[in-house]
Design a protein around this ligand. Structure first.
Ligand code: SF4
Length: 369
């Protein structure tokens, strides 16, 4: 079979498998090496030491699988049908979870579909060899997807498709076939800087440069330690990830919703009241989040994030009691509880009914509580 025809068939198979777009590129990312090195040199990767360890390997996908000459890049929309962005952010007594994480973990689904695509290629082209990747190897997947014509890298460093916006997952199939490649899309942000000016923690330090150490997604998901106080108020009620830079992007105004059952909101999040979520003990956390990407941050970090959100929530008897009830159990929690209780106290109106709460904040729960 001729490779042009095969490339057309691969794109059709990809759509039939549920991907919204399939593009093909060579695997030369050498022009990104200087940028990557400077990002690492600035320490913008924070505690993600694996990024530094992998070094330039991320810009050399051809070295990951012998014989690779092309990457077949795919994207799959994930915006759940009941996205409810604004109401979730406005109601600060509820936790806000990044939209990509409301459903089941995407890695398994996309890897499975990429493998199916690879097997179809194998079946039609003798000697074809492939290896699928979904966040599973050190690959600069956005520059690769950009080269494959799936979109351009926005100033927030995420990929934007002119028709669909940026609410999609990426995956790659490395192959040994010299398939015809697709055209790259030109950058179309123009003079817009909305993502930069609206980032709650000023994490986008320049066009296309994110200092992960300031990014709420990094702080809530990747970072395991005590979150610096300077970021806590800005985190608001974001307990897992942050979508703000995407929410303000004009290209996301008409983004399509995903029909994938896996990406719809898990029913355990029908109630995202902070006190309710804080009361999940570790077995409940693990049980409720079976199959969810959130599970990997662990119960300790999950609660740390909730404690900060509670410090930012409106003053409430239930919040103060919930925070007080888990004091003295874990040093990481304690390091944030004191701050959260102080924030609650600041917001309290010292009328008669609330005096008791202020006493609790200052002295702990009474013995008979
Ligand atoms: Fe580009 Fe504006 Fe979208 Fe940022 S918000 S990625 S600057 S279009």
């Amino acid at each position: 079979m001729d490779l042009q025809k095969l490339a057309e068939m691969i794109k059709q198979w990809g759509l039939e498998l549920g991907f919204q777009q399939v593009g093909i590129t060579d695997v030369d990312l050498s022009q990104h090496e200087a940028y990557l090195q400077s990002w690492l040199d600035n320490g913008y990767h924070g505690d993600m030491e694996w990024m530094a360890r992998h070094g330039m390997m991320r810009a050399r996908p051809g070295e990951l699988h012998q014989g690779t000459v092309r990457a077949i890049c795919v994207r799959m929309d994930y915006l759940p049908e009941d996205a409810q962005f604004a109401s979730n952010l406005r109601d600060t007594s509820n936790g806000y979870i990044s939209r990509y994480a409301l459903g089941r973990d995407y890695h398994k689904l996309i890897r499975k579909k990429l493998s199916q695509l690879g097997k179809q290629i194998e079946a039609h082209f003798e000697g074809a060899d492939f290896r699928p990747f979904v966040d599973s190897a050190p690959i600069l997947e956005r520059p690769l997807a950009q080269k494959a014509g799936l979109g351009w890298t926005g100033k927030h460093s995420l990929l934007i498709n002119p028709d669909s916006g940026s609410w999609f997952f990426l995956g790659e199939l490395l192959v040994n076939l010299p398939l015809p490649t697709d055209e790259q899309i030109d950058e179309q942000c123009g003079k817009c800087r909305s993502c930069i000016t609206s980032c709650p923690t000023d994490a986008i330090v320049d066009d296309n440069i994110v200092d992960a150490r300031r990014c709420i997604s990094y702080l809530t998901i990747e970072y395991e330690g005590v979150i610096p106080e300077e970021f806590r108020a800005a985190m608001g009620n974001r307990i897992y990830g942050c979508d703000d830079c995407q929410l303000v992007c004009p290209y996301n105004r008409e983004s399509p919703l995903s029909e994938q059952a896996d990406f719809q909101r898990k029913s355990v999040f029908n109630n995202s009241d902070l006190v309710h979520l804080l009361k999940w003990d570790e077995p409940t956390f693990l049980d409720n989040l079976q199959g969810s990407a959130i599970r990997r941050i662990g119960h300790k970090q999950w609660r740390r994030n909730l404690i900060i959100a509670m410090g930012n929530a409106p003053f409430s008897h239930a919040i103060v009691e919930a925070l007080t009830s888990i004091q003295g159990i874990d040093p990481l929690w304690d390091a944030h509880i004191e701050w959260a209780l102080a924030r609650q106290k600041e917001q309290a109106q010292p009328n008669g009914k609330q005096q008791r709460l202020i006493r609790i904040i200052e002295k702990g729960l009474p013995r008979d509580a």
